[in-house]
Design a protein. Structure first.
Lengths: 390, 67
């Protein structure tokens, strides 16, 4: 039975929310997760690509949520030149509807209570400190008190705004994305494909992530300013007409990927933001599964420590720990992104041609970025910092 | 005013994340623009990946106003 008060309430049961709940509950505090949708993990708002190391920090690899194992990236330039890069570290295409479920189960096993169909629509305050949430459940408006609220409410990130945090981002920095899962096509199940250029996805990229040899997530993200002129959906429809006219479409999703560094403020008295809500996505790749789990786990740990020490102001420790773990790296990724974001088709072609001259064993992600940014020496230092140090 | 074309939305939250004044409410399968809060800046229209939102210069609910 739901209690009237919890130490910690988490809003959202995505990867960030589930890890926040689990890491808090493991420290012995009481935790309630509120998720607006009927089902944890569904609808899937994701291309489902992740590195093996990224998930194994939190959950052992399990065939039940791994669709395919990836060991190559293929980059395709506007003129069709293809650069194949063997990965130093294996990746997966997940079945997120199962993966998110399994993550939520680990939170439940640690003692967190989870409630679906619970739509959070307001915060409770004690002075200027957040001390609970208002939500709709079963046709009724309800309230629950908590010492700390962790807002892991995804790209929309409304909960933080109610506490005065500025969470909305410039529409130009939001990648407008759309993806279908297409079947009855032929793909190599060990390779992720990335297409660049005006025709495919200006200020972003177009992807094909295989789920088996006949099925793939096919989608793209474009910068908001590009989407304004021609929608992501139009790019996708054009690509499918040209390349896979006979494909069956199993699902279609739209989405926004906040490709920015983390928000300046992700904590206010009584509330912490995690995952997409805090803008913890890697701004270069747009990947937010692994970084969201990291953000959530740190938020949950610090929240529980704050409750156990009875020190409300300790929640601010989260900003520091996040910045040390990934936040500072994301600033560097963001600079690299800004360096390549507006490349012309000719520039992309030039990079592909130069990369193809590299001997195969030297064709690593880091070396490709080095090739791309050879005329921007300052950014080369950034590339070295994130790709050549461990 | 911003018009939401019927039966098109995928409820993805992209528009909500760029709205500067928190004027969009999104539930599992229901989207609403809070007209009193909305400033008609059109950023949501520009960011929607699947063309659900349109900027309607002649005021919202035009279809309903026309007799
Ligand atoms: C098209 C697309 C492709 C992507 N591809 C990849 C990829 O290949 N690899 C990768 O790593 N990342 C990818 N991402 C990014 C990734 O999906 C997100 O970064 C990740 O899901 C973030 O996790 P989260 O827990 O922060 O948020 P989410 O997974 O979005 O979870 C937030 C949860 O909060 C709930 N919620 C929201 N508001 C409320 C409320 N008011 N009350 C209650 N519950 C609420 C939502 O229903 C949702 O379940 C992609 C994103 C998109 C849009
Ligand atoms: S027009 Fe501007 S203020 Fe109105 S809902 Fe859209 S983004 Fe928000
Ligand atoms: S961005 Fe478009 S599809 Fe997504 S919630 Fe807004 S209106 Fe719906």
């Amino acid at each position: 039975m739901m209690k009237s008060e919890y130490d910690i309430v988490v809003v959202g049961a995505g990867p960030a929310g589930s890890m926040a709940a689990r890491f808090a509950a493991e420290k012995g505090v009481s935790v309630l997760v509120l998720e607006k949708d009927r089902d944890v993990g569904y609808p899937v708002r994701c291309g489902e690509a992740v590195s093996k190391a990224g998930i194994e920090e939190f959950i052992p690899s399990d065939p039940k949520f791994i669709a395919t194992v990836i060991n190559k990236f293929s980059f395709i330039a506007p003129d069709g030149s293809e650069v194949i890069v063997p990965l130093e570290e294996e990746g997966y295409i997940l079945e997120r509807r199962i993966f998110d479920y399994e993550l939520a189960k680990t939170a439940a096993a640690a003692g967190a209570e989870i409630l679906t169909r619970a739509y959070v629509n307001g915060l409770l305050f004690d002075g200027n400190k957040v001390n609970g949430v208002k939500f709709e459940y079963d046709g009724e408006q309800k309230e629950i008190k908590s010492k700390i609220v962790i807002a892991a409410d995804g790209v929309e990130s409304r909960v933080g705004r109610w506490a005065g945090l500025k969470t909305h981002i410039d529409f130009r920095d939001m990648e407008s994305a759309v993806q279908i899962t297409a079947s009855n096509i032929s793909v190599k199940p060990d390779t992720c494909y990335f297409y660049f250029g005006e025709e495919y996805a200006p200020q972003g990229y177009f992807w094909i992530f295989p789920k088996d040899s006949k099925t793939a997530n096919i989608g793209l993200g474009v910068g908001g300013d590009m989407n304004r002129k021609k929608s992501a959906l139009t790019y996708l429809n054009n690509f499918m007409k040209k390349n896979y006219p006979g494909a069956s479409v199993l699902t279609r999703i739209a989405g926004g990927v906040p490709c920015v560094p983390t928000l300046d403020k992700i904590v206010a008295p009584g509330i912490m933001l995690a995952g997409d809500a805090a803008r913890q996505v890697n701004p270069l790749s747009g990947g937010g599964i692994a970084s969201g789990m990291i953000g959530g786990s740190i938020a949950g740990t610090v929240a529980a420590e704050s409750v156990l020490m009875n020190k409300p102001e300790y929640v601010f420790e989260y900003e520091k720990r996040w910045n040390d773990r990934l936040g500072k790296r994301h600033l560097i990724f963001n600079r690299i992104k800004n360096g390549i974001y507006n490349f012309t088709d000719e520039q992309f072609n030039g990079i592909a041609h130069a990369a193809l001259k590299l001997p195969e064993e030297k064709r690593t992600l880091g070396n490709i970025f080095k090739t791309a940014l050879v005329n921007k020496p300052k950014l080369l230092i950034d590339v070295a910092k994130v790709f050549f140090t461990k | 005013m911003i018009e939401i074309l019927p039966d098109k939305c995928d409820f993805c939250g992209c528009c909500v994340g760029v709205c500067p004044v928190d004027a969009i409410e999104l539930k599992e399968a229901e989207i609403t623009i809070i007209e009193e809060t909305c400033t008609n800046c059109a950023k949501c229209v520009w960011s929607c990946p699947i063309e659900v939102l349109v900027f309607n210069r002649n005021g919202a609910g035009k279809k309903n106003d026309e007799k």
